[in-house]
Design a protein around this ligand. Structure first.
Ligand code: HT7
Ligand code: ZN
Length: 876
């Protein structure tokens, strides 16, 4: 089938005013009756109505009250075509669907066991067509009334999006509940849930004084783990009122946790559904990082109520309109709730680990893709994370108040509409009288731009000239790339690490500032700084002001100066990362050995005279990951990268010294409480890093400490950190620890996932046998996405030295499992398969092995459209 193209977009010929759904729920056989009131946008009434419908057993169909004969409609290849429809027509259908047989987790499906599990839906992007016939596209906005009927004993709780509108009993032990949503919405936001669930709830009063019932639902055994999410939800609601003036707009807000979910969560109107991993939190089974993730995802889904639901996307090419914007809003929120520099470090690391490699290989696509075959494959780091970076640049360009005005205008203009990225830029621009259309190029061009910076000091004129230039590697599909507007936030430092006031035409009048933003919008530009007494050290791209790769030939001493003195935590970390890159190069002989010493000396000094907080220190002591190192290599040997990165860390540990590490560990370990405040979290983060460094110097000592930490840990953060050290080092204490962890968490799927992951991440050749053994564990199943990701995602995407074995056995095993998984759940198979991205840059032996495995996969006839598209693209 040909791809779907942005340039082929046409408004729908028919839209839908109202939808009335009646759902007779049953695990094996559910019947869905629908009544659609149709609106003819078509000028020609003869245009047949075309509705999407996948795998539906059509039981009855009528138009304007008359049953249709088989000559009046056609149902073939996922489309129902109906003749004789006119403006105001009423189409009624009744279909049968089979939730228990649905392993793809798209449409209506069963979570958990037949006896005790519950029914739920997932409709984004195109799941509604698996439930009933409908124009299943985001630009058809309709008002929904949903009536659910089911056996009361088996399905005591019945939920759908919108406000409750009655409930009651029926004959034969059945009952019903009705929900009405006053807000027109696209079909992808439809949701229902039915089963035995417990809840916690609280009343929330909006800024306007309206009461809203907030309810979180889960299976009974984990309902006590939902309190943190409820608190986070309330924080997010207040924040959106305060920051964007946005209030919640229904009487109830339901949130449901499931262990069977393809993604993180889903923002269905009034009925959010969450992967349990991002909703449940308790100290015994969740790490500090997971607590932060729960807060972030709860906020993200809530923020969608305005950026996504009230203003939705015209078509799926505009996906970043809601996702990039909502990720940005979540990043702002999380930074405010926690620590801005730590949040920025976390987000930029994620971008570099996931989006940069995506943008550098055959899966690269613009933030607004031009075409796709399977939209589910485009929920990518580029659409989400790079999309958020683009919004960040726009927000930076407009300033806090300008951005708020722009957002106000965007909501004012497009509330209740399906909008495009052009609409968004126009609203932001119009509210500020600024033309933002040059930023459209960022949405259209794939690839990470390179920003080259070169400084020159003229002592006679006391001038420093910074020359910035941008390059894009031309991708075959887009040979003529436009220069992009690249905002570069910068400061200058003197040799003592003091910030200099910025003088010059480019830096405004008035009192000189020490930080400024210049915008490079040509291929190259010079910027002149005046009254500079000595050669300065520029701190560029502060706060990561644009999603680019900075190329600047800093000396190790200059980077060490920034690492030691920059007052901004993010930039301090960034200088350390750049210096670690040079240090890494020095270990492979491609850079001056001084870099390694400079990195180690600067960090050892910071370690001793701790002038930064513990969490930032932990991040400073962590070099870039193996994937980031690989991203800079022309030819990648993952085993060598692993060994060199270990050697780099060994050097660092040696510089700090075993004694200093041990002492710091003991000091940090003296706090045995498990509180969630920032200070306690920071302490645990540093303790883990110190233990990891110590393990490189004195393995016996570190393993003893780790074993003790594992036994005495009060919470999951310490327990998992200790287990990680033991398992990765293959310490003799690891076996007992694994058994004890396995027993302790036998009934806790989220904790068991961590048990699988920690073992799948054992570096090097040993990983494959471990993964094979874990596949045989009774708790392993490919049917559960979290479990499949915990084992195979961790192995293939997060363990480069384990997956990329030189004999290709990692690729072969993984490819076989992808085939099995594809038959069950194509979305998850396709997502996991992206682990093959970048295979073309592997050294020749591994490259050939990967090519063979991928070639064999591509030959398979039975591949889903999801997996087929990823394999086809990766092979390009
Ligand atoms: N908007 C949600 C996307 C989503 C999804 C997409 C495809 C398949 C399954 C899915 N589950 C959720 C998630 C979000 O970004 O908030
Ligand atoms: Zn989202």
């Amino acid at each position: 089938t040909p791809p779907i193209r942005l340039r082929d977009y046409h408004q729908p010929a028919w839209s839908v005013d109202t939808v009335e759904l009646e759902v007779e729920l049953d695990i094996d056989c559910t019947e869905v009756s629908s009544r659609l009131v149709l609106r003819g946008a078509a000028t020609t009434p003869s245009t047949p109505l075309r509705l999407d419908g996948e795998g539906l057993e059509l039981l009855a169909i009528s138009l304007d009250g008359k049953a249709l004969g088989s000559d009046a409609y056609r149902y073939d290849k996922g489309v129902l075509e109906v003749d004789g429809v006119h403006d105001g027509s009423v189409l009624q259908t009744r279909v049968r669907i089979r939730p228990a047989a649905n392993t793809a987790l798209e449409g209506l499906y069963l979570s958990g066991s037949r006896d005790s599990g519950f029914l739920l839906t997932q409709c984004e992007a195109e799941g509604f067509r698996h439930i009933t016939f409908f124009p299943d596209r985001p630009d058809v906005l309709a008002r929904y009334t949903v009536t659910l009927r089911a056996d009361r004993a088996r399905f005591p709780v019945l939920l759908a999006g919108g406000n409750p509108d009655g409930q009651g009993g029926l004959a034969d032990g059945r009952h019903w509940a009705r929900f009405v949503d006053p807000h027109p919405r696209p079909s992808y936001l439809f949701a229902l849930v039915a089963g035995r669930l417990e809840h916690i709830q609280r009343e929330y009063i909006t800024a306007d004084g309206r009461p809203v019932k907030l309810v979180i639902w889960s299976e009974a055994n984990v309902i006590d783990c939902c309190h943190y999410a409820l608190d986070a939800l309330e924080r997010a609601m207040r924040w959106d009122e305060r920051t964007y003036g946005r209030q919640y707009d229904l009487d109830v807000f339901h949130v449901v946790a499931t262990h069977d979910f393809n993604m993180g969560a889903m923002e269905n109107k009034g009925l959010n559904i969450f992967n349990a991993k991002y909703l449940l939190a308790d100290p015994d089974s969740s790490t500090d990082e997971e607590y932060r993730a729960v807060e972030a995802v709860v906020a993200h889904e809530y923020f969608h109520n305005w950026t996504g639901n009230r203003v939705t996307c015209r078509d799926w090419f505009q996906l970043s309109l809601k996702e990039g914007l909502t990720v940005f809003r979540e990043q702002q929120f999380s930074a405010e709730m926690n620590s801005p520099p730590l949040k920025r470090i976390e987000d930029v690391s994620l971008l570099r680990r996931t989006q940069f490699p995506e943008d550098a290989g055959p899966l690269a696509h613009p933030v607004r893709p031009a075409e796709y075959r399977e939209i589910n494959n485009f929920y990518t780091a580029t659409v989400y994370e790079k999309g958020s970076e683009l919004v960040r640049m726009l927000a930076g360009r407009l300033g806090q108040h300008g951005f708020r005005h722009g957002m106000d205008l965007y909501f004012e203009r497009h509330d209740g509409q399906a909008a495009t990225i052009e609409h968004f830029l126009a609203a932001l621009g119009d509210a500020n009288d600024i033309d933002l259309t040059p930023y459209l190029a960022w949405y259209a061009q794939p690839g990470t731009p390179r920003l080259h910076a070169k400084g020159q000091y003229d002592p006679a004129r006391r001038e420093y000239t910074l020359t910035l230039s941008q390059q894009m590697r031309p991708a075959s599909s887009q040979p003529d790339k436009m220069p992009l507007p690249i905002p570069v936030k910068l400061s200058l430092f003197d040799q003592h690490g003091r910030m200099l006031p910025l003088h010059g035409e480019d830096f405004g009048g008035g009192i000189p500032q020490t930080e400024s933003v210049i915008v490079l919008d040509k291929a190259a530009q010079h910027f002149i700084f005046r009254h500079v007494d000595a050669p300065p050290v520029p701190s560029l791209l502060r706060g990561f002001s644009a999603p680019v790769v900075l190329e600047c030939d800093y000396t190790p001493a200059e980077l060490a100066l920034l690492l030691t003195h920059d007052a901004d935590g993010f930039n301090r970390w960034e200088a350390g990362q750049q210096l670690a890159m040079l240090a890494f190069d020095s270990l492979q002989g491609t850079h001056d050995a001084k870099a390694c010493d400079a990195w180690c000396d600067a960090l050892a000094a910071l370690f001793q005279h701790s002038t930064v907080d513990d969490a930032l220190l932990a991040d400073l002591l962590t070099p870039p990951g193996e994937i980031e190192f690989a991203d800079r290599q022309l030819e990648v040997d993952p085993a060598k990268i692993h060994v060199r990165r270990q050697a780099l860390q060994h050097r660092l540990a040696t510089h700090i010294g075993a004694q200093a590490l041990l002492e710091r560990y003991r000091t940090l370990a003296a706090d045995t409480s498990h509180r969630l405040d920032a200070g306690s979290q920071a302490g645990r983060r540093l303790k883990r890093r110190v233990l990891e460094l110590l393990a490189l110097l004195d393995a016996d000592q570190a393993h003893d400490l780790a074993a003790r930490q594992f036994e005495n840990a009060k919470g999951m953060t310490d327990r998992l950190a200790a287990l990680g050290v033991l398992v990765r080092d293959r310490a003799w204490q690891a076996a007992d620890a694994l058994v004890s962890f396995r027993e302790r968490y036998a009934d806790n799927p989220l904790a068991l996932d961590k048990w699988f992951t920690v073992q799948a991440q054992v570096p090097g050749e040993a990983a494959l046998a471990i993964v094979q053994q874990l596949e045989g564990d009774p708790a392993f199943t490919l049917k559960n996405p979290n479990r499949a990701r915990a084992l195979f995602g961790a192995f293939a995407s997060a363990n480069p030295s384990g997956f990329h074995r030189i004999d290709g056995a990692g690729y072969r095993l993984f490819a076989e499992r992808l085939i099995q998984l594809d038959a069950l759940n194509p979305q998850i198979a396709a997502r996991l398969a992206t682990a093959f991205n970048g295979w073309q840059r592997l050294e020749p032996v591994r490259r050939e092995a990967a090519r063979l495995a991928l070639g064999a996969l591509a030959q398979r006839q039975e591949l889903s459209r999801n997996l087929g598209e990823i394999i086809g693209n990766v092979l390009q």
